[in-house]
Design a protein around this ligand. Sequence first.
Ligand SMILES: O=C(O)[C@H](O)[C@H](O)COP(=O)(O)O
Ligand SMILES: [Mg+2]
Length: 299
Amino acid sequence: MAARLSTRADYDSLLDKYDTWLFDCDGVLWQGDRLIDGVPEVLSLLRARKKSVMFVTNNATKSRKNYKKKFDALGLQAHVDEVFGSAFASAVYISSVMKLPKDKKVYVIGMAGMEEELQEEGISFLGGTDPADNTLEPFSLANFTPDPSVAAVLCGLDTSVNYTKLSKAFYYLTRHPGCAFLVSNEDSTYPTAEGLLPGAGAVSAPLRYALGRDPVSIGKPAGTMLDCIKAKHDFDPARTIMVGDRLNTDIEFGKAGGLATLLVLTGITQESEITGPNASHTVPDYVTNSIGDLRAVNA
Ligand SMILES: O=C(O)[C@H](O)[C@H](O)COP(=O)(O)O
Ligand SMILES: [Mg+2]
């Protein structure tokens, strides 16, 4: 059973127990571009107490550099090396795990953030934000000249997904032997300030259905993100806590990594999913309404 936090003593003991705080972003720090109440104060008090703070997001629409700009715009202190996104983890996976040969390319269903991280890793790609692919013109194989060097398809949240992109990805995944099918993450929904929208998982779902094949998923809860963090930062998992709003990504990620887990209810997960007859089998160590609740330690 998760420990429900509410008193100053609860939050004080949490701060005493954990030196490294990994924060999910969408639904924990913000909803779209709207900051969640109390986030600046809580991040400042953690830094004032010499806690290590990092940000671990499945949102592949932005690169780490672009996230730094978002943090700055929202008045949140953050360093690029503290930010870990699934676009970055996907690029690292392709270069360091898959070791994609330099003469090969990735066909992208995704946005600028994904392209920037692939570029940073020296990975060639096509598709993505290319105007030729962002069209509602009917697609036909008769007018399509495939690029023989495509050896992987990477799919993430893409708010301009269309039949042309799905068809080209499908072509490469069915006609290029050994073409890898990768997704940055599988979140079914995406929390915005105005409400839920389809997530990255909903963008890759048509491909999975057409192919009858599951992709390799790189974002939370997969371990690739934690490997990326470990490659850059030393931390003791036993004194590290993962703060998230989603059970099947953030909390599973924390558990799989041997970290403590704190669920907040400002994003995807609703009260009914953690209590009552339909409660999920994924049980976080701690639950609190919002990360802003930690301000109680200064009250
Ligand atoms: O659809 C998506 O990609 C996700 O909803 C979203 O981006 C999750 O981001 P996170 O909560 O991991 O920051
Ligand atoms: Mg989230």
